[in-house]
Design a protein around this ligand. Structure first.
Ligand code: S1T
Ligand code: MG
Length: 550
C-alpha cells in the first residue's frame, strides 16, 4: 500500500496542482524526500519562504490549477503567512503544506524548536488566512480530510492549509478520492439568470465589469461569449487588469475611477445596469469612483453568491452562472448608446537621449510586444504597477488589491516555472530589495525572465503621499552590476534610446535572466499614478469638507 505522502502528492496532481514550490526543514524533510524521489510533481526550491508563497500564488493564477507551497514547521510556515494572506485576499488557491512535530515529540514535554506560543499556534494562525484546514494525524481519516480540503480550495478559489506531522509521512494510506462538484440548484440558477437577463434587457446602457474570479474559475472565454451575445461592453477592475487579454473586441479598458480614462469612467458611471462578475469590492477597485455603486442598478457575483439588487442567491458557482446566462441570453445587437471607447496606449517611443519617465517604459514595452509578441507579465507594488496600466491589456499577475510588496520577481519565477513561458517582470527598487534576489534561482532551473527594475532610489509611492519624509530616500544599490554574480545579465539605462536598445537585446538573449535597470528621477511618477494620487487627494479633501460641513 502507498504511503500517506504519495497519496497526498497524487491527490494534489489530481486536483490541479502542476508543481511544488518550497523550502525544506527538518520537520518536513521526510515529505520533501518523497516529493523528490516520487517525481509526481516537479518541485522548485527558492531562497526565502515569502517567495515560495508568491511563486505558488502566481503559478495558480496563470495555470488555473492549485498552487502548492511546502514549508517547514514554525520558522518556515510563519514566513509564508504574508503571501498566503495576499492569496486569500485575491482569491488564489494556494495549498500550504507545513511540516510539524510527530506525536512522540509533542508528548516529550520539551518546548520544541520552531514552536511559537504552543505547538498548535501554527494551525491557529493559518485558520485565519485559509478557507479550510486539515491535520494529518490519523492515517484512516487522512485521505478524506485531504479530499475535503482540496475540494474547498477548488470550489472557493482560496488558500487551504494541510499540517503534515513528520511521523505520518510513511504510514500506509488509502488513495485520496476526488470529491465530485456539488450540484448547483437548477431552479435557483434559472431564476437568478433570468432576473439578471431581464434587468440587462431593460437597461439602455449596461456594462459588465470583471475581476479575478473569472480567471480563477476558467470563465474568461465564456464571459467574452456572453458579452458578444448581449452586445454589452466589458471593463476590468484595477485588480482585474489583464483579464480577457484574448478578447480585445469586448474589453473597453480598465475602470480606475477618477484616475482612469474619461471614456471608461463615463461608460461605467453612466451605466443604468452593472453586472459585476467575480469582482472584489475593494478600495483599490472603487475608492476613486465618482458615483457610488448603487445596489438597485448592480448585480454582483462573487464567492459563490449572487446579489441582484436586494435579492441574494447563495451557493451559485460563477462558471455555472455564466453558462446559464449564455444559454438563456437572446442575441442582442450592441446598444447604440454604448459607444465602445478604445483606449490609446503609448507607442512609438522615440529612441532619443531624453531621460526616461515611467510612462516611457510602458511605451517601450508596447513597442517591444508589437515587435516580438506579448509576454506574460508580473508586477510588484509601486509605480511599476500603475505603469502596467499603460501597457496594452495583456496577461498580468499583480497584488492589485492586497498590495503587498515583494510579489513581482518570485511571481515571475513561479509563472516561468509553471508555464515554461518567458515572463516580463516589473518591479521597483524598494520591492526588489525585498525579494528581487530570488532571481538568482533562475540559473539552476533554466529560467530566463526579463526584469525591468524601476530604480528611482526611492519609496516613490510613499513620497507622493508624504513628500516631506526623508525616510523615502533609498540608497542606489547598482542592481545591474550585481546581475552577473546572480547568473544573469544586467544593463543600466538612463536615456530612452538606451532603454529601447536594452530591451531589444534582452528579448534576444536567451538562457539567462536579463535585468534592465531603468534610472528614474525621484519625484517623477507614471501618468496613471499621478492621476491616482490626485484622485485620492481630491476624494480625501471632499470627505474632509463634508465632515467639516456636517
Ligand atoms: N511593505 C510591504 C510588504 N508592502 C507594502 N505595500 C508596503 C510595505 C508599503 C509601501 C507601499 S508602496 C512602497 C511601500 C514601502 C514603496 C515602494 O517602493 P518601490 O518598490 O521602490 O516602488 P516605487 O518607487 O515605484 O514606489 C504601498 C502604498 O502600501
Ligand atoms: Mg522606488
Amino acid at each position: 500500500m502507498q504511503s500517506l505522502a504519495i497519496a497526498l502528492l497524487k491527490a494534489l496532481k489530481a486536483h490541479g496542482a502542476r508543481e511544488i514550490f518550497g523550502i525544506p526543514g527538518d520537520f518536513v524533510l521526510p515529505f520533501y524526500k518523497a516529493i523528490e524521489d516520487s517525481r509526481i510533481l516537479p518541485h522548485f526550491e527558492l531562497s526565502h519562504e515569502p517567495a515560495v508563497g508568491f511563486a505558488a500564488d502566481a503559478a495558480a493564477r496563470y495555470h488555473g490549477g492549485l498552487g502548492v507551497a511546502v514549508v517547514t514547521y514554525g520558522a518556515g510556515a510563519f514566513n509564508v503567512v504574508n503571501p498566503v494572506a495576499g492569496a486569500y485576499a485575491e482569491r488564489s488557491p494556494v495549498v500550504v503544506i507545513a511540516g510539524a512535530p510527530g506525536a512522540a515529540e509533542r508528548a516529550s514535554g520539551f518546548l520544541l524548536h520552531h514552536q511559537a506560543r504552543s505547538i498548535g499556534t501554527q494551525l491557529a494562525v493559518f485558520r485565519e488566512i485559509t478557507c479550510d484546514q486539515a491535520v494529518l494525524d490519523d492515517p484512516a481519516a487522512a485521505p478524506g480530510e485531504i479530499a475535503r480540503v482540496l475540494q474547498s480550495a477548488r470550489e472557493r478559489s482560496l488558500p487551504v492549509y494541510i499540517e503534515f506531522p513528520r511521523d505520518m509521512v510513511s504510514v500506509p494510506a488509502a488513495s485520496v478520492p476526488v470529491l465530485g462538484r456539488r450540484p448547483t440548484d437548477a431552479e435557483a440558477l434559472a431564476e437568478c439568470a433570468g432576473e439578471i437577463l431581464s434587468r440587462l434587457a431593460a437597461a439602455k446602457s449596461p456594462v459588465i465589469i470583471v475581476d479575478v474570479e473569472i480567471r480563477r474559475y476558467q470563465s474568461e472565454k465564456r464571459v467574452a461569449a456572453l458579452a458578444r451575445k448581449l452586445g454589452i461592453p466589458v471593463v476590468t477592475t484595477f485588480m482585474g487588469r489583464g483579464l480577457l487579454a484574448d478578447a480585445p473586441d469586448v474589453v473597453a479598458g480598465t475602470y480606475l475611477g477618477a484616475a482612469g480614462d474619461a471614456h471608461i469612467n463615463r461608460l461605467v458611471e453612466s451605466a443604468d445596469a452593472l453586472l459585476l462578475l467575480g469582482v472584489i469590492i475593494s478600495d483599490t477597485n472603487f475608492a476613486l469612483s465618482q458615483r457610488r455603486l448603487d445596489p438597485r442598478r448592480t448585480m454582483l457575483a462573487i464567492d459563490r453568491q449572487v446579489r441582484v439588487g436586494h435579492h441574494l442567491y447563495s451557493d451559485m458557482p460563477l462558471d455555472d452562472l455564466v453558462d446559464a446566462l449564455i444559454a438563456r441570453a437572446r442575441k442582442t445587437k450592441a446598444r447604440k448608446s454604448v459607444r465602445r471607447p478604445r483606449i490609446v496606449y503609448p507607442r512609438g517611443l522615440k529612441a532619443d537621449d531624453k531621460p526616461i519617465r515611467p510612462s516611457d517604459i510602458a511605451g517601450a514595452i508596447n513597442d517591444l510586444f508589437d515587435r516580438h509578441g506579448v509576454m506574460p507579465m508580473t508586477a510588484d507594488v509601486g509605480d511599476c504597477l500603475f505603469t502596467a496600466m499603460e501597457i496594452e491589456n495583456s496577461a498580468l499577475a499583480a497584488p492589485g488589491y492586497y498590495a503587498g510588496m515583494g510579489f513581482g520577481v518570485p511571481a515571475g519565477i513561479g509563472v516561468a516555472a509553471a508555464t515554461r513561458r518567458r515572463p516580463l517582470i516589473l518591479v521597483g527598487d524598494g520591492a526588489f530589495q525585498m525579494t528581487g534576489w530570488e532571481i538568482g534561482n533562475c540559473r539552476r532551473y533554466g529560467l530566463d525572465p526579463i526584469v525591468v527594475l524601476f530604480n528611482n532610489a526611492s519609496w516613490e509611492m510613499l513620497r507622493v503621499f508624504q513628500p516631506e519624509s526623508k525616510f523615502n530616500n533609498l540608497d542606489d544599490w547598482h542592481y545591474a552590476a550585481i546581475a552577473p554574480s546572480l547568473g544573469g545579465h544586467g544593463e543600466r539605462v538612463s536615456t530612452r534610446a538606451e532603454l529601447v536598445a536594452a530591451l531589444e537585446r534582452a528579448v534576444k538573449r536567451r538562457g539567462m535572466f536579463s535585468l534592465v535597470e531603468v534610472m528614474l528621477p525621484r519625484g517623477q511618477t507614471s501618468d496613471t499614478l499621478a492621476r491616482f494620487v490626485s484622485g485620492f487627494k481630491a476624494a480625501r479633501e471632499k470627505a474632509a469638507r463634508m465632515k467639516a460641513g456636517a
